[in-house]
Design a protein around this ligand. Sequence first.
Ligand code: KG4
Ligand code: ZN
Length: 317
Amino acid sequence: MNILAIETSCDETSVAIISNSKVLSNIVSSQIEIHKQFGGVVPEIASRHHIKNIAYIYEQCLREAKMSMEDIDFIAVTEKPGLIGSLLVGIMFAKGLSYRYKKPLIYVNHVIGHIFSNSIENEIKNNSLHLVVSGGHTNMYIYKDKKVVKIGETLDDAIGEAYDKIARVLNLEYPGGPKIDKLANEYNEKNEELISFKIPNIDGFDFSFSGVKTKVINQINQMRMKNKNFSISQICYEVQKNMIDILDDKISKAVKSYNIKDVYISGGVSANKGLRKFLQKNKDINVYFPDIKYCTDNAAMIAFAAQNILEGVKYEV
Ligand code: KG4
Ligand code: ZN
């Protein structure tokens, strides 16, 4: 079975082809360099670049996979959530291909796509926990008997959004998550604590990151007003430690409540080195991450989600 998938929900234009669960091509054109100068994604500019790029990316993908549209069985496309103008570009392109080549279209939820990025290289076990940590989402799901059910989500900011906003105040370039991760990992001094955190007391399996974000930003502003010298790397280290503690706390609670052995992390923030290192030390559970190239937005994960949908997987979002 050959699936061509399209992903344009935010600032990556991506087209992939998978054949019998193997990635033949996964072209990702990132707009990071364009949005950097604005400190974040500008929706109008994002849609315009998708329009400009999508046909080239599509042709490049077919060439790399050594296929023509006649070889394709299904077309998959990200339906939602995302920037509406950006999503529309991918959906209209997919609809056009579906009509022209008479191929069935499968609509895929972007967050469910992230979950199935973990099926590209690993088998997803029954009764597993899934944590999607990205710029737009922090959601937790249980996968059981071919059903994906959401058990928790952020009540305010997504974790990646909090990383990016803190980074902006520290004058680190967009996207700030990878920069905070890098500086945090390089920090190995022992200084007096700059910011003290408490894990937010949020019911059930929901999350909150706006408190952490506001606390860090206020503290930085106060230190600046008082002309106090502080180490950016130390702030990054403390922020990163706190973010990991928040995620670890909820994972531990969910693992106990649902009797889970296998935990899958996905989404842009799953590329975080500190998080990977920390969670993989836990000997009570098996923790899986996608390959780094499948953490941030890509069409291969949309193709794998479509394949799972074709195999009978249902989801609630
Ligand atoms: O999944 P993604 O590409 O887009 C969304 O669906 O939102 O995630 C992008 C997010 C950004 O907020 C970015 O800062 C964050 O993932 N990110 C990271 C790292 N790499 C990307 N956050 C922390 N550490 C990283 N290494
Ligand atoms: Zn995403």
